[in-house]
Design a binder for this molecule. Structure first.
Ligand code: SDX
Length: 426
């Protein structure tokens, strides 16, 4: 076992060094406070490993992303989202028999309890679908309270989330809910529930169905990002699967995280409607006090191209061409990217397009409204959150997550008596 030596206030402390399966090096500080009385300080956790995980590997410098060892490029090209769900949760790609059984369970559990439909009546039509999704997912624990059925609850969650998402869209447009059908695949069912109406069925085109599978696969997991860390944080207290995932949905909603895909499209529309050049917006993004960021750019881990953005940029082109569509926002996005990637500010900070920069173009081409974009991200990320929660719950070394702090407040002081206070004023 190799070690790291810490010299602190004249004393040396030996700390174990652990190596990941891809050669990553970590200093194990689990004994640091007991040995030295000191803690580490890492706001935003940019240098802190919260767990050991066998699910997803990212090399941010090389732009590598693998789920259970498989490169994202291969999974995106050769698999369906349901196969990737199985891979992330069970650790291997399903055999034909395993896939048939898994798919049948997902189909069978697509309905939500009829009473849950009443929840939708309480939401205003303007309710953001992420508010509905997080509330409804947490409420699933009221209908399936027995956390002992974790495998069944995993199936229920994976399957019902797409129904809840589609119902939240129908609620927002004032249309009747369309029930899932047993003769459709996971993605076909979702699009059917989104866009069919009682008077007219909806059959998703193969190009759009392929694009939806691709989008969901690319979002399926991303190691210890903000929302996944939230799922682990909440789950570490012993909270049930539904409560833990609901917390992850809320974390994903933030504009710096999964909410960015909605903000990217709004930014591109703002650029086009402003009459100003994309260059003007790039310049604004460089001004700290402007409060404006280039949404869809930058990443805590990727200091090279986000491989998902590369795949999505190509897919956006292909899907629009196959649908005979043009989207001026794609032209604006490509122009923005070309300007930013040659600008010293972005080059020095290694700011590249991330997964959110092009995903909205595809969602738009599929007819999905902007306020549903982060829900789409959540549907994709669901198997990853579930796999990470399951890995954490199954790890006998898991302890409740409880970080320490550096206290920066008042030192001890006592409440002045009235006499002391009066004496001070004389
Ligand atoms: C996702 O973690 C994951 O894996 C997340 C995710 C996943 O799959 O789960 O990949 C999904 O959340 C992608 C990110 C989506 N968010 C956005 O696109 C929002 C815009 N991006 C930024 O807010 C930012 O880049 C973050 C939040 C993504 C990363 O933030 P960091 O790592 O804390 O970096 P930082 O804010 O410290 O930025 C470093 C520098 C700063 O400038 P300086 O202080 O050094 O002068 O780069 C600048 C920042 O001001 N910067 C930007 C910028 N992003 C960073 N400047 C302009 N526009 C931007 N988008």
């Amino acid at each position: 076992m190799s070690t790291a030596t810490l010299l602190l206030k004249g004393r040396e402390y030996e700390l174990p060094v652990i190596e990941g399966s891809e050669g990553e090096t970590a200093i194990d500080i689990t004994s640091l406070r007991a040995k030295s009385g000191a803690i580490t300080f890492d706001p935003g956790y940019a240098n802190t490993g919260s767990c050991a995980s066998a699910i997803t590997f990212i090399d941010g410098e090389k732009g590598i992303l693998r789920y259970r060892g498989y490169p994202i490029e291969e999974l995106a090209r050769q698999c369906t989202f349901v196969e990737v769900c199985y891979l992330l949760i069970h650790g291997h790609l399903p055999s034909p028999a395993e896939l048939i059984a898994f798919d049948a369970k997902l189909t069978r559990h697509s309905l939500i309890h009829e009473d849950m439909k009443k929840f939708f009546e309480g939401f205003p039509p303007s309710a953001h679908p992420m508010a509905i999704l997080s509330a409804m997912v947490a409420s699933l624990s009221a209908y399936y309270p027995n956390s002992g059925d974790s495998e069944l609850n995993i199936i229920r969650l994976l399957s019902k989330a797409k129904t809840i998402a589609a119902f939240s869209y129908k609620k927002s447009v004032g249309q009747p809910f369309i029930y899932p059908r047993n003769d459709l695949t996971y993605t076909q069912n979702f699009m059917h529930m989104m866009f069919a109406v009682p008077a007219e069925d909806y059959v998703v085109s193969p190009a759009v169905d392929r694009a939806l599978n691709l989008l969901l696969i690319l979002h399926a997991d991303h190691e210890q990002n903000c929302s996944t860390s939230t799922v682990r944080m909440v789950g570490s207290s012993g909270a049930n699967l539904f409560a833990s995932i609901s917390a992850g949905i809320c974390a994903l909603w933030g504009p710096l995280h999964g909410g960015a895909n909605q903000h990217v499209i709004e930014m591109l529309q703002q650029i086009r409607e402003s009459g100003q050049s994309p260059r003007a917006f790039v310049e604004r993004a460089k001004q700290k006090d402007s409060g404006f960021k280039l949404m869809g750019f930058g990443h805590r881990v990727y200091k090279n191209f986000d491989p998902r953005a590369t795949i999505l940029k190509k897919a956006a082109d292909e899907v629009l061409a196959s649908l005979g569509m043009r989207d001026p926002l794609l032209d604006t996005a490509i122009e923005l990217e070309q300007i930013a990637l040659t600008d010293p500010y972005f080059i020095e900070r290694k700011l590249y397009p991330n997964v959110d920069f092009y995903s909205g173009i595809l969602y738009r081409a599929m007819g999905i409204p902007t306020n549903m974009f982060t829900v789409m991200f959540a549907l994709g990320r669901l198997p990853g959150w579930i796999a990470q929660w399951k890995e954490m719950v199954g790890d006998d070394k898991t302890r409740i997550n409880r970080p320490r702090q550096v206290y920066a407040g008042n030192t001890v002081r006592n409440i002045e008596t009235l006499e002391e206070a009066l004496a001070m004023t004389v």
